[in-house]
Design a protein around this ligand. Structure first.
Ligand code: UDP
Ligand code: MG
Length: 345
């Protein structure tokens, strides 16, 4: 399935990589006490001598023993860095925190539940050494997802693709390797609505796709309930397309034109056939339709205005409780002045 086709990357773009590179694994975790040891057992043997490694766990306000498990693991393994957010900010914010604090020449973003097979890291790195700045995983087998989830995701990405000017490859999640300069590019994006898939696509850079089959979660349960997914979906559309808010001018014009034509028809018919009182049904339908249209358009306006409000407030995307690393001291890599960066040995 992994088909390492000959690279079409122009020779000029083959940039020299530092050898051995420092590679950061960026792993957001939220209530994952069960799966972290499984993750580490699977990942550690893959961390070979070709590179130096850092495993950056971002604890996204877990309410179980996740933080204890992470600290215990970090005691044993100095490559583990724990970034503790002050509360649960969501996966997108956790990833943003990770990108801000990872120090690698290359960063690999992966879920802790082993749905992003860590065995691909080697392939990712090989492509990066060839010169690609982004190497992302493409899910070719989503049997681990329910039919409904696959169907909804498929439809959603079709709609999003039709609406936006930022093409996002289908069946691609956050699982990817990015070069340092891509991470720096992402850090320059100031928005608070961090729809990472869209941001990854927006920054561009030479990219290579690696297909993989998405397995089931190794342990624990998914953290995405319907409401979260719904908001996430809206973030993607509203953040990357202005079409939904602009379409109302045209819809309004269309409905207006139809109404005008119908009005002319009624006027002429009344002149020819005289006054015709019945028409309750058609009147009601017209009124209800117009009302519904107005409500929907106001609602969509609300989606944009609400997000503008979040942007305008300029609150930081996340707050750190602390950064815990053996091999690091407190470096002021703060995203905002308001962000407190603590460090501990
Ligand atoms: N996650 C997070 N913050 C959240 C929700 C999820 O950091 O608020 C992490 C979670 O621990 C996991 C990754 O994001 O490492 C993907 O979550 P999950 O497996 O629940 O999502 P799914 O695979 O079901 O889409
Ligand atoms: Mg998962």
């Amino acid at each position: 399935m992994r088909a390492p086709a000959p690279s079409p990357l122009p020779a000029q773009l083959r940039r020299k990589r530092p050898e051995p590179p420092l590679v950061s694994l960026v792993v957001p975790v939220f209530n994952e006490e069960d799966v972290i040891p499984v993750f580490l057992d699977r990942v550690r043997p893959l961390l070979n001598a070709d590179a130096e490694w850092e495993i950056l766990f971002i604890n996204d306000g877990s309410r179980d023993r996740t933080l204890d498990v992470l600290f215990a693991a970090a005691e044993q393994d100095p490559r583990i860095v724990v970034l503790n957010l002050s509360r649960n900010f969501g996966k997108e914010a956790a990833l943003t925190a990770g990108l801000d604090h990872a120090r690698g020449d290359a960063l690999v973003i992966l879920d802790v539940d082993l749905q992003d097979p860590p065995e691909l890291i080697g392939d990712f790195l090989a492509r990066w050494r060839e010169g690609y700045d982004v190497v992302y995983g493409v899910r070719v087998d989503r049997r681990s997802d329910t039919f409904l989830k696959r169907f909804m995701a498929g439809t959603y990405y079709k709609v999003l693709g039709a609406l936006t000017d930022t093409p996002m490859p289908p069946n691609v999640g956050d699982f990817r390797l990015i070069d340092r300069r891509v991470a720096e590019a992402l850090r320059q994006l100031p928005e608070r609505n961090r729809f990472m898939k869209g941001l990854f696509a927006w920054v561009g850079f030479p990219a290579h796709a690696v297909p993989y089959a998405r397995p089931k979660r190794a342990a624990g349960a998914t953290k995405f309930r319907f409401r979260r997914l719904w908001n996430f979906a809206l973030d993607g559309i509203v953040g990357f397309s202005a079409a939904p808010i602009k379409i109302w001018t045209y819809l309004g014009l269309g409905v207006g034109a139809a109404a005008a034509a119908y009005a002319a028809f009624i006027a002429i018919r009344t002149m020819i056939e005289g006054v015709d009182v019945p028409g309750y049904a058609s009147t009601m339908i017209a009124i209800l339709l117009a009302c519904a249209l107005q409500l929907v358009s106001t609602g969509i306006l609300g989606e944009y205005v609400g997000r503008l409000f979040t942007e305008v407030k300029r609150r930081p995307v996340y707050l750190l409780e602390g950064l815990y690393a053996h091999a690091r001291d407190a470096e002021g890599v703060a995203r905002d002045e308001t962000e407190a960066v603590a460090a501990k040995d």
